[in-house]
Design a binder for this molecule. Structure first.
Ligand code: KG4
Ligand code: ZN
Length: 359
């Protein structure tokens, strides 16, 4: 069974061919980082235009790399939400056109379910399938959620962010300090050069559900720190670096980042990781998790990976490989596989659902 997956929910145009929900025959991702980088975040209008430009080429490349044609595919799976409406619309419309022309079934996939399936797929491929019930921590630029995964396809929401997503907090803090977009990978590389105890950020206490997250207070605390420490010159130097060189490397950033700022970054990352893991530990205990899945772009974070490996979960903690952590279409094709099995097909009225939830 072969599925062509298409993902256009945010700022990556992606297509992939996956066999039996397991074997990735191709996975092509066209990033729009250069387009959005200079604005310090995703500009929705530009994102849809870039998807329109890239989608035909990306799908063709995915099929060619997998040495197959559309006629060899049993279904086309496409992200239906959550995400940016204009971006989702490009993928959905193209997927519908392919299915209509070739008379193959169309499957709508929830993007968050896709992130979780990146881990489920890799665990199966590695011969150690995920054990259920699993706790899933999905942390990306758009989402920060904790789910109980009772079995494949059965989710219960345990907690979610009430404001910014974890990746969004990385991106906003990086932007505030004059670094490029996306901020997560830059902070991740700079944090080991600073002292995580350098700046003390207090833990966020949630009223109501203790498994909910909030990152806006931390973002404001970083802003206050910046205001109190007269950082305008170094921030201007970094913005200047970005104008001169759209993609600075770690050494370039280190040249314009004093030790005190590296300490700030290390402390910020340490705090985000602590917030994520403390709630994940609590949730895993609550559901007696047999395994923990960490997914989404923030799962790339090396501080999170190291801390999760040391945390007392008492069960395996599974991370996707970096290429499957950030947005890609292999995860969409993988999540569609059980739906193909159950003949859960979408109709022609499939629409983008910007606020689609998983549970
Ligand atoms: O999953 P993803 O590609 O897109 C969404 O579904 O949102 O995640 C992108 C997010 C961005 O906010 C980016 O800054 C963050 O993931 N990210 C990271 C790292 N790599 C990507 N955050 C922290 N550390 C990283 N290494
Ligand atoms: Zn994502």
């Amino acid at each position: 069974m072969r599925i062509l997956g298409i993902e256009t929910s945010c700022d990556e145009t992606a297509a992939a061919v996956v066999e039996d929900g397991l074997h990735i025959r191709s996975s092509v991702v066209a990033s729009q980082m250069v387009t959005h980088g200079k604005y310090g975040g995703v500009v929705p209008e530009l994102a849809s235009r870039e998807h329109l430009r890239a989608i035909v080429v990306v799908v063709r490349e995915a099929l060619e790399t997998a040495s197959c044609t559309l006629d060899d595919c049993d279904a086309v799976a496409v992200t239906e939400g959550p995400g940016l409406v204009g971006s989702l619309l490009v993928g959905i419309t193209y997927a519908k056109a392919l299915c209509f022309a070739r008379k193959i079934p169309l499957i709508g996939v929830n993007h968050i379910e896709g992130h979780i399936h990146a881990v489920i797929m890799e665990a199966r491929a590695g011969g150690n399938p995920v054990e259920y019930p699993a706790l899933a921590l999905v942390a990306s630029g758009g989402h920060t959620h904790l789910f109980e995964v009772k079995e494949t396809g059965q989710y219960r929401l345990l907690g979610r962010t009430r404001d910014d997503a974890a990746g969004e907090a990385f991106d906003k803090v990086a932007k505030l300090l004059g670094f490029g977009y996306p901020g997560g990978p830059i902070i991740d590389q700079l944090a080991p050069h600073g002292n995580p105890d350098g700046v003390a950020f207090s833990p966020t206490r949630m009223k109501g559900n203790p498994l909910d997250f909030s990152f806006s207070g931390l973002k404001t605390a970083v802003l206050r720190w910046v205001e109190q420490h007269g950082m305008s010159e170094e921030i201007a130097a970094r913005r200047q670096l970005l104008r001169a060189q759209p993609n600075p490397n770690i050494d370039d950033w280190l040249r314009v980042t004093p030790k005190a700022t590296l300490n700030l970054l290390a402390s910020f990352q340490y705090t985000v990781v602590r917030e994520l893991l403390n709630r994940a530990l609590l949730a895993a205990e609550q559901i007696s998790a047999a395994s923990v899945i960490v997914a989404g772009g923030v799962a790339c974070n090396s501080g999170l990976r190291q801390a999760a490996a040391r945390a007392p979960f008492g069960c395996p903690v599974l991370f996707p490989t970096p290429a499957l952590s950030t947005d890609n279409a292999a995860m969409i094709a993988a999540a569609a596989f059980p739906k193909l099995y159950r003949s859960e097909f979408a109709n022609w009225d499939l629409k983008p659902r910007a606020n689609l939830t998983l549970a």
